[in-house]
Write a protein that binds this ligand. Sequence first.
Ligand SMILES: NC(=O)c1ccc[n+]([C@@H]2O[C@H](COP(=O)([O-])OP(=O)(O)OC[C@H]3O[C@@H](n4cnc5c(N)ncnc54)[C@H](OP(=O)(O)O)[C@@H]3O)[C@@H](O)[C@H]2O)c1
Ligand SMILES: *[C@@H]1O[C@H](CO)[C@@H](O)[C@H](O)[C@H]1NC(C)=O
Ligand SMILES: CC(=O)N[C@H]1CO[C@H](CO)[C@@H](O)[C@@H]1O
Length: 358
Amino acid sequence: MDLYLLLHSVVMHAMAAMVVLVYIPLSIPVKLFIWALVKPFRKEDLRGKVVLITGASSGIGEELAYQYAEKGACLALVARRKHALEAVAESARERGAPEVIVLVADVSDAEESRRAVEETVSHFGKLNHLVANAGIWANGCFDEITNITAFTKMMDVNFWGSVYPTYYALPHLKASGGKLVVCSSAAGTVATSRMSLYNATKAAQIRFYETLRSELGTDVGVTILTPGYVVSEITQGKAIQKDGELAVNEEWRDAQVGVFPVGRVETLCEIALDSIRKGDRYLTWPSLYRPPELIACIAPEVLDWICYKLYNTRNGGRSLGQRIVEATGVRRLYPAALRRPLIIKKETRDGEDADSNV
Ligand SMILES: NC(=O)c1ccc[n+]([C@@H]2O[C@H](COP(=O)([O-])OP(=O)(O)OC[C@H]3O[C@@H](n4cnc5c(N)ncnc54)[C@H](OP(=O)(O)O)[C@@H]3O)[C@@H](O)[C@H]2O)c1
Ligand SMILES: *[C@@H]1O[C@H](CO)[C@@H](O)[C@H](O)[C@H]1NC(C)=O
Ligand SMILES: CC(=O)N[C@H]1CO[C@H](CO)[C@@H](O)[C@@H]1O
């Protein structure tokens, strides 16, 4: 038995060595060739394609809807705020979407996710892309949380809220040879202080969709988006607070974002849609979040050290990051939208004003 185990171990290590020494050098020119001369000329034509986007009432989901609209796709927009969705639908029509429907659903509920997918397919007769984008954010140090059980809802929305629609959409995507797109986060690939639970929900998404991709083969393409900070209600400060309530907290947002730039959501979505149409496996934007992944892989202790130095507040209650932000006034470089206070628009399922759905 020991010998059998040893044999497998040797084979696995030899295989890894072959990948590094033989496969990588040989595949680089081929990949470069495909990247430069094949993919740019074989982008998917989206005219008449049917795309379901979750979390389309604001931020990244909203902007992706406009980008798809400009390419002539038909849209099914899903979120909980009806009025906000209807406003996005109207703009999407103006920007070229032949047909847009609005579906109010909470994606953390399996039955509501099923209904959203089925209504899309019964309306349009098919489904070509599912964009699982809906998500909520939380930041702050783990040991500052005062109501831990309130954080399970972030897993329910970010992880299960992607998995449920995916489950119900998969048969239709297989039938159309379609694509799955998931909006994870750069926080899912590298350890980032103050985001342990959020990062865990995002890492869970990545692992899930990577595994699914290996099960699906070439039937359905899977593109995993791992954006860094971009302007949206999340970076305007909307997050689950340490007591478990969803609220806007700009001070915590500043402590989190610190010196990092906050990108334009339009640029992210333009680049993301290009990537989706080319069938890329991953897209990380802004590209400054790519090197940390490499560091996390080969020297995790370096990243831990930097994060700890930048974010820990054991030295007088303000982290180094916060002190740099204050000393340099870098906050002035934040996009204007981040300096305007965000009022979370609350409404009931029927579009009435309410305070219960955040
Ligand atoms: N902004 C960033 O810097 C950044 C960076 C990396 C990754 N991301 C990820 O990008 C995705 C989109 O976020 P965003 O930045 O665009 O923030 P956002 O403006 O807050 O948008 C989040 C969207 O998700 C929807 N949503 C939340 N809970 C839902 C639920 N239970 N059921 C259905 N829809 C729900 C919201 O609509 P309703 O409230 O109307 O339901 C909203 O449309 C998230 O997965 C986020 O984690 C964002
Ligand atoms: C903690 O959050 C949960 C879920 O939101 C809630 O049911 C519970 O009442 C909260 N507990 C306290 C002590 O606030
Ligand atoms: C996928 C991944 O790298 N997740 C990271 C999330 O954050 C924790 C702790 O901060 C890290 O240990 C994980 O590696």
